[in-house]
Design a protein around this ligand. Structure first.
Ligand code: HEM
Length: 508
């Protein structure tokens, strides 16, 4: 069945040039999505490459995200910057390297700005919200509104900066309590990122042991696991099973739990809000609903769904980047010290850092960007889809084709970076020591679908890292042995769990 499907894929020819089409063959290897999969996959592909290069077909029912970085690297080496493969039964085109990436998502921006609409996740989100909504009026309207609202003062009197700085005080307290000791930072950073987005959305933070937030976090973790696992793939591939009582239904149930919690929060807002004086995202949206015209696609259901999207998109991404930051800072103590010197000098006499201070801190900026470059937090971006028949690097690509951006291939591309494979802030400094941002820096992707929370994320990363480095030194515990920088794979990459030793700095 799959090979017939493949034969019919003749539309990928262009000037007699066939789009390279590795096709990973292993229906029976679904279980290899688990650990150990990557090395297997690498060996498997290398064997296939060695045996039949010209007309190779490797078929996969395995989840692409688990194999991406290593496998995409291999495939790119053999097939070039644009190639195609099957994810389950769905054909997809993978884009690698800055040149092809820029042509697709920046130059031919709208051609590549769709989202696939026939995946498991589309049914779970009901094609509402913003992240997985297809390119069109509903997405455009909500994206514009959200961008406007997430500006520093878009949320009324209390700026975004104040909300972040307030939450950092809780992180500082946790670290103060643990000064001189060793702690695991995973939960601490996750709670900080989660509370910051809750402050933005609902004007509310949760105590770290709050049962509601614990339930929400558990629901999300389960949903991510299901959406990345074999059940979601079976759901995508065999429509007949979609109404059966199988484990993927848990994701739908969990979505309902979040939505009913969001319904309560919105109802509370409706009782206490003052029209035109928003306190948070929900109030801004309710103001918009009040003034909407007949064509507007704003609705209370959309509000609940977009809250879900923003919460999910903001939490793991930011906390995993922070975890990577402190992993590197501890293991490159001379870089940590140089950051602290710059921080002490610029903030002398000030009681707290502001986002504006970044303009006087080129080294700190370079370090944070370098961390994001290596963290490669969302390695495959979110899947895109072509909105019309188009072409890329000379290949024709039909409307509705799934597009996968291999962001890692740009973030570590030789020729784009002075030190592509090292942790070196000089990648972002010019000869005068000024901060410069190369075009190939795209951890937030680029073009019309670029991360909508980039501004918030950059503010969080800067304010949190600077506040913590100003007050504490972070030391890699001797008993932890050699650090392992290899990330754990998922929709977002995260460092392997580690511990950190914290020491209050003497003058702070
Ligand atoms: C370090 C932190 C973050 C990273 C690395 C990151 C990265 C990304 C990436 C790669 C995408 C996919 C873009 C594309 O499809 O081309 C994305 C989309 C998105 N991100 Fe983020 N993100 C981060 C933080 C945030 C935060 C804090 C928010 C919430 C305020 C957020 C909200 C979104 C939304 C709503 C989208 C979908 C945009 C659309 O489809 O139009 N992200 N992000």
């Amino acid at each position: 069945m799959f090979s017939c499907y493949l034969e019919n894929w003749s539309f990928f020819y262009c000037d007699n040039k066939k789009l390279p089409f590795p096709y990973i063959n292993s229906w029976q290897k679904v279980n290899l999505v688990k650990y150990g999969f990557l090395s297997f996959c690498r060996q498997f592909i290398i064997k296939c490459l060695a045996s039949s290069v010209s007309n190779m077909r490797i078929k996969t029912m395995m989840h692409l995200i688990k194999m991406t970085c290593a496998v995409c690297f291999q495939l790119r080496a053999s097939y070039g910057n644009v190639y195609s493969l099957f994810i389950g039964s769905k054909p997809a085109v993978v884009i690698n390297g800055f040149e092809a990436m820029k042509e697709a998502i920046v130059v031919k921006a709208t051609d590549f700005a769709g989202r696939p609409q026939d995946l498991f996740i589309n049914d779970v989100t009901q094609r509402k919200g913003v992240v997985m909504v297809d390119y069109g009026p509903m997405w455009r309207e909500h994206r514009r509104f959200t961008l406007k609202t997430l500006r520093n003062f878009g949320l009324g009197k209390k700026s975004m900066e104040d909300r972040i700085l307030e939450e950092i005080q809780h992180t500082v307290k946790t670290l103060e309590k643990n000064s001189g000791q060793t702690l695991s930072p995973q939960v601490m950073f996750h709670n900080a990122a989660s509370n910051i987005i809750c402050q933005v959305l609902f004007g509310k933070r949760y105590k770290y042991d709050d049962q509601t937030i614990k339930l929400i976090v558990r629901c999300f973790a389960e949903m991510t696991k299901i959406a990345n696992g074999p059940w979601a793939m079976l759901y995508d591939s065999i429509p007949l099973i979609r109404h059966l009582p199988l484990p993927f239904n848990k994701a739908f149930e969990n979505m309902e739990i979040f939505l009913s919690h969001a319904r309560c929060l919105v109802n509370e807002h409706k009782k206490t809000r003052v029209s035109g004086e928003p306190r948070d995202f929900v109030d801004c949206y309710l103001d918009e609903l009040e003034n909407k015209n007949d064509e507007s696609m704003f609705s209370e259901e959309q509000l609940r769904r977009i809250s879900f999207d923003l919460y999910v998109a903001a939490t793991d991404t930011t906390s995993n980047t922070l975890l990577t930051a402190f992993l590197y800072l501890m293991n490159y103590p001379h870089i940590q010290e140089q950051c602290q010197q710059e921080i002490d000098q610029v903030l002398e006499g000030k009681d707290r850092v502001t986002f504006e201070d970044r303009l006087s801190m080129p080294y700190m900026q370079a370090v944070i960007h370098e961390i994001q470059r290596l963290a490669n937090t969302v390695p495959l971006s979110a899947f895109h889809c072509t909105t019309k028949d188009t072409d890329l690097m000379g290949y024709s690509i039909p409307k509705g084709t799934m597009i996968i951006q291999n962001l890692n291939s740009v973030l570590r591309e030789e020729g784009q970076w002075t030190f592509p494979h090292e942790f070196n802030p000089e990648n972002f400094l010019n000869e005068q020591g000024e901060f410069v941002k190369p075009e190939a820096f795209m951890p937030f992707s680029a073009g019309p679908r670029m991360c909508l929370g980039e501004g918030l994320a950059r503010m969080e990363l800067f304010l949190i890292t600077v506040t913590l480095l100003r007050k504490f030194s972070f030391i890699w515990p001797e008993e932890a042995g050699k650090p392992d920088f290899t990330p754990v794979f998922g929709v977002t990459l995260t460092p392997k769990p580690y511990t950190m030793k914290v020491k209050l700095r003497s003058n702070h």
